[in-house]
Design a protein around this ligand. Structure first.
Ligand code: URA
Length: 236
């Protein structure tokens, strides 16, 4: 990577500012002062600016199929392993999940190390939708579907309005919400006198979990998928 690009990324400054820093002789690579903006920085170089080492932290955006039995957090002191154990190749980039998924739930976990992106994807203000495939203990009636769509079911004393509810079978539903309260799906159906037996998140912000991924597998988001999500949260 060119030196001006490297500094711009690692330091969060424009290319113009990066070029100026280089021109002023404030940049050293592996102990040598470098004054050329187009200098190719060798991998694993130590880049120092004004005596301070710069760490180039690559941003990652992964679609991960969390299996049941794994935590979506990094809590220690738990009987369950963290999903991060399945992502060791990215450990050095310090990934985390943008949004939780219960240990007994499976499906789409959006994994990133981009704090602002993750914050917006999960913050209610941005209303990013999440779609769940839900299998219930008892059949779900059309009145229940209407109640969910009209926002007549409450969680924590507040109404929750589903964006979409699709009956897939008498005990199976595809539910799209734009809120992300703790255990929200289980609590919504508990309020309706039902019980969630199986919960799988199949989409986030209209980006669908890749059907070719198996439990525990992951891939990077495609450019289009990332663009779609970033547009939703005004980062593109
Ligand atoms: N709602 C739940 O009840 N659990 C989840 O993991 C996600 C949404």
């Amino acid at each position: 990577m060119r030196l001006d690009k490297y500094i711009s990324k690692a330091f969060g400054v424009s290319r113009k500012v990066a070029k100026e820093l280089i021109r002023q002789g404030r940049v050293c690579i592996n102990g040598q002062r470098v004054r050329r903006a187009d200098f190719k920085v060798p991998t694993n170089s130590k880049v120092v600016i004004d005596g301070e080492e710069l760490e180039l932290k690559e941003k990652i955006y992964l679609m991960f199929y969390k299996p049941k039995g794994y935590l979506s957090t990094t809590e220690r002191e738990s009987d369950y392993p963290s999903f991060l154990e399945l992502l060791s190749e990215y450990e050095h980039l310090k990934p985390f999940a943008a949004g939780r998924l219960d240990v007994d739930a499976e499906g789409f976990l959006l994994v990133t190390n981009d704090g602002l992106f993750a914050h917006r994807i999960t913050h209610p203000r941005w209303g990013v939708s999440k779609t769940y495939e839900v299998i219930l203990e008892k059949p779900i009636s059309s009145e229940d579907v209407d109640k969910l769509l009209r926002g007549e079911v409450q969680v924590e004393g507040k109404p929750v309005k589903a964006k979409e509810v699709k009956l897939l079978d008498k005990n199976m539903v595809l539910l799209t919400l734009t809120e992300g309260k703790y255990h929200i799906v289980k609590r919504l159906f508990r309020s309706l006198g039902n019980k969630v037996l199986h919960l799988k998140r199949v989409a986030i912000g209209g980006v669908t979990l890749d059907p070719s991924l198996r439990e525990g597998e992951y891939r990077e988001l495609t450019e289009e998928e990332l663009k779609k999500l970033k547009r939703l949260v005004k980062l593109e």
